[in-house]
Design a protein around this ligand. Structure first.
Ligand code: UDP
Ligand code: MG
Length: 335
């Protein structure tokens, strides 16, 4: 168990404020999860029922192109499901955002729709919530089974992200977590369109606890996060939470300027002492190419930030909901 330090009295205060009969909202983002979604919803229902908890199961259909919606609709009158269909595929971060916006519960559980996050951990997470932690999040016990490229990419990403950052975003955390109403309300006040949820959960603060969890293999279907998509998410995370990529160029620029001043002095001295015999073309070409490269790269980094500013200033809604269906008239799931 990893723990962000929380003083005991604060936990007691928070624990005393927990409602006696809380409503739990389970938020499940689903993109092409036809094979998994119905069994997962049944499992979640069973687990929460066994705990005697009132609950709503919110499925965010993120523009699935398979039978996900149909499979969920088949559960009519069986499970307390609210099906939220987005108007197209907006990506997991926005599907989660839609779920957070629509959840009515005193506490929410975010869980993937593919059984990779073990649902049997939910009671333990909720126990910690009752003990006063406002957020209980899953920390990967190991990254076994992931490709070398993905592991390496994650490593580099977190190193870049956290270099010089005052608020470090913990590595190996997952979207599998329990969020108290206070965190849900805080997240709903964050209007940014470029959403990197792991950064946002971290940014809002409140009391939190990380719990080590093993990750299962995806039960059916395929992962939709290829390296390209991960790279996109990584850039969103970096540009939204770190200025280091911008600052690096100030540093690189200063080093290059200083070096060239030193070199200029050296050339001047050399010319004065020994005369100038017109050598140095290779040095010149290398210097020009190097500087050209550095400039293009730094303009690219600037462009990345400006692109994000552009999407923010347009002030478009982050997502559109095309339909909301309540599958049972008496939701809240406790007969
Ligand atoms: N997901 C989503 N929209 C997307 C891609 C994924 O809502 O555009 C959901 C997906 O249905 C699953 C979760 O996000 O519940 C994690 O996706 P996936 O399993 O593909 O990613 P991985 O576990 O490989 O990181
Ligand atoms: Mg998955």
């Amino acid at each position: 168990m990893t723990e962000d330090f929380v003083p005991e009295y604060l936990l007691q205060l928070r624990a005393a404020e927990r409602p006696a009969d809380p409503l739990v909202s389970c938020i499940v983002p689903a993109f092409n999860e036809a094979e998994n979604i119905a069994p997962l919803l049944h499992t979640l229902h069973q687990i929460l029922l066994a705990q005697g908890l009132r609950h709503e199961l919110i499925v965010i259909d993120d523009g699935s192109r398979d039978a996900t919606v149909e499979r969920v609709l088949r559960l009519k009158e069986q499970l307390p499901v609210t099906l939220v269909q987005l108007s197209r595929n907006f990506g997991k971060e926005l599907a989660l955002t839609a779920g957070i916006d629509l959840a009515r519960g005193d506490v929410a559980v975010l869980i993937d729709g593919d059984f990779q996050h073990p649902p049997e951990m939910i009671p333990a997470f909720l126990d910690n919530w009752r003990k006063g932690y406002d957020m209980v999040y899953s920390v990967r016990a190991s990254r076994e089974g992931e490709s070398f490229a993905k592991r390496w990419f994650t490593r580099v990403f977190y190193t870049l992200l956290n270099t010089g950052a005052q608020l470090k975003i913990p590595e190996n955390t997952q979207d599998f977590r329990v969020l108290d109403r206070c965190i849900l309300d805080a997240l709903r006040q964050m209007p940014e369109r470029n959403r990197f949820m792991k950064g946002l959960y971290n940014w809002v603060g409140f009391t939190r606890l990380g719990v080590e969890t093993h990750t299962n293999d995806r039960r059916g279907g395929q992962s939709s996060f290829n390296l390209y998509r991960l790279l996109g998410l990584g850039l969103t995370g970096l540009t939204a939470f770190s200025n280091v990529p911008l600052r690096i160029w100030t540093l690189v620029g200063s080093i290059i300027s200083l070096t060239s001043i030193a070199y200029a002095l050296f050339v001047l001295l050399q010319t004065l002492l020994y005369g100038n015999d017109q050598h140095g073309w290779p040095t010149l070409i290398v210097a020009i190419m190097f500087l050209g490269g550095v400039q293009l790269l730094s303009i690219g980094v600037l462009g990345e930030y400006i692109g994000r500013i552009f999407t923010e200033v347009k002030l478009r809604p982050s997502y559109f909901v095309s339909r909301i269906t309540h599958l049972t008239s008496s939701d809240e799931g406790r007969e």
